[in-house]
Design a protein around this ligand. Structure first.
Ligand SMILES: Cc1cc2nc3c(=O)[nH]c(=O)nc-3n(C[C@H](O)[C@H](O)[C@H](O)COP(=O)(O)OP(=O)(O)OC[C@H]3O[C@@H](n4cnc5c(N)ncnc54)[C@H](O)[C@@H]3O)c2cc1C
Length: 411
């Protein structure tokens, strides 16, 4: 098929976030320049404003390396060398260490890296452009089935309709396309928000991530390059709004109380923003000629830093299903492709959703019974190296049936 500008494309992707862009790149690399991919997103028109950073698990890093993006950001990515989890009250002066994780998934391959979101998006956008993806700075306002006997889906873009074999909803947590497709999402709000900011500190972090499980929820200190760390600080929604509205001095004071003295004095060097937290999993990841990926399909608690990693697993699975079919001359948006994708991803997604939900409940609660469960459970994990290795491989995204791109293999 020819250029997306003439009203036809093989695949139209709504959303130029991490997952939409990564999928577009993987498809062009797997199927060559004759396979037309359009990515539409109004955000393509301006600077990236996301002040967050993400933990990229080893499997997701392999995908980014394989599609040729990691090399451009590697110098700005901080390897995560170990992780320490403490369980305490805010008033405790000494926070007992509960669980430690260290080590590589393979020799010389850390289980995760921290990278600033804006930088990664910039590099994904540049790579998509250089691979010949058609980048359209407008919304996908809707879609309907094409009059052509159901062989196409017609997406409504700002510049006019585009008919495609497949429309991919990569339009984030409040997916308009999921809504228009009439796909319900199961889930709930946690009544918690994550306050995110960046701090500079006096002492080196040595690649260590620290997560303090405080009564209001986890307070994570995640290492960035230089003497800087990204903070993900969970509070009840109303408290979070109040904290974000504090003066600079009072905000820093509240932050330092939770941050602890280990890394010395801190300076807040990034913007602060609160993100309301919830769990949401779409009842189906597919409809006729439509696939949901990333946050459009599932949103989980950031307690384990896995949301984006799950989105990149969707990318790897969907790209492999499309490329395998198209190479055999089969319809890249046909039912068998979509069903293969859904089978691959739904169980894994539900399992991760339930795991992060359980962790959050366990640690945002001070009931004595729950305290006992978590003390015994985590104490056991900490003493059994083989079990820890299982957890590390799970967190790295290398457990289960892993699609090719996540194993570092080209499609
Ligand atoms: C506080 C916090 C910390 C997190 N930390 C981590 C972490 O450490 N590791 C991790 O793996 N995950 C983490 N996550 C989760 C991660 O940020 C998300 O899972 C990820 O950003 C989802 O990417 P996405 O591409 O699916 O969606 P988004 O990044 O939301 O992108 C969606 C895009 O779609 C566009 N769009 C919307 N509607 C339309 C439309 N109609 N037409 C066209 N475009 C449209 C938007 O402009 C946007 O650019 C965290 C989340 C939070 C809240």
């Amino acid at each position: 098929m020819k250029d997306g500008a003439d009203g036809r494309a093989d695949v139209v992707i709504a959303g130029a976030g991490f997952v939409g862009l990564a999928l577009a790149i993987a498809l062009r690399q797997g199927l060559g320049p004759r396979f037309t991919v359009v990515v539409a997103d109004p955000a393509l028109g301006g600077p990236v404003r996301d002040g967050r950073a993400s933990a990229i698990a080893a499997a997701a890093r392999r995908l980014l390396t394989t599609i040729g993006v990691w090399g451009a950001v590697a110098a700005e990515a901080q390897p995560m060398l170990d992780m320490v989890i403490t369980d305490s009250r805010l008033s405790d002066t000494v926070r007992p260490v509960f669980l430690t994780f260290a080590g590589d998934v393979e020799p010389g391959e850390p289980f995760a890296h921290m990278i600033e979101n804006a930088r990664l998006i910039e590099m994904l956008t540049a790579k998509a452009r250089s691979e010949g993806v058609v980048l359209d700075p407008g919304v996908v306002a809707g879609f309907d089935s094409d009059p052509d006997g159901g062989a196409f889906i017609r997406a409504t873009l700002s510049g006019g309709d585009v008919s495609a074999r497949l429309l991919v909803a990569a339009d984030g947590a409040r997916s308009r396309l999921r809504e228009l497709a009439g796909i319900p999402a199961y889930g709930w709000s946690y009544g918690q928000s994550a306050i995110v900011t960046t701090v500079a500190h006096e002492r080196e972090h040595g690649g260590r991530a620290v997560e303090h499980f405080l009564p209001a929820g986890p307070f994570a200190i995640l290492p960035l390059t230089g003497r800087r760390s990204s903070i993900v600080w969970t509070e009840r929604e109303r408290t979070a709004d109040r904290i974000v509205a504090l003066s600079d001095g009072s905000f820093r004071e509240e932050l330092q109380r939770r941050f602890g003295p280990e890394l010395g004095d801190i300076d807040v060097v990034g913007p602060r923003r609160a993100y309301p937290l919830g769990l949401s999993v779409a009842r189906s990841f597919i409809a006729d000629r439509l696939a949901l990926i990333g946050d459009a399909a599932h949103v989980i608690h950031p307690i384990a830093g896995q949301g984006l990693n799950m989105g990149l697993r969707d990318v790897a699975a969907l790209a492999e299903a499309i490329v395998d079919a198209a190479r055999l001359g089969l319809d890249p948006g046909g039912r068998p492709v979509l069903e293969r994708y859904q089978r691959w991803r739904r169980f894994d997604t539900m399992a991760m959703g339930i795991a992060t939900d359980g962790l959050n409940r366990l640690f945002s609660n001070r009931s004595n019974a729950l305290l006992l469960v978590r003390d015994v459970g985590l104490g056991l994990v900490d003493r059994l190296p083989a079990l820890k290795q299982v957890f590390i491989r799970e967190a790295a995204g290398l457990a289960g049936e892993v699609p090719k791109l996540l194993r570092g293999e080209v499609l």
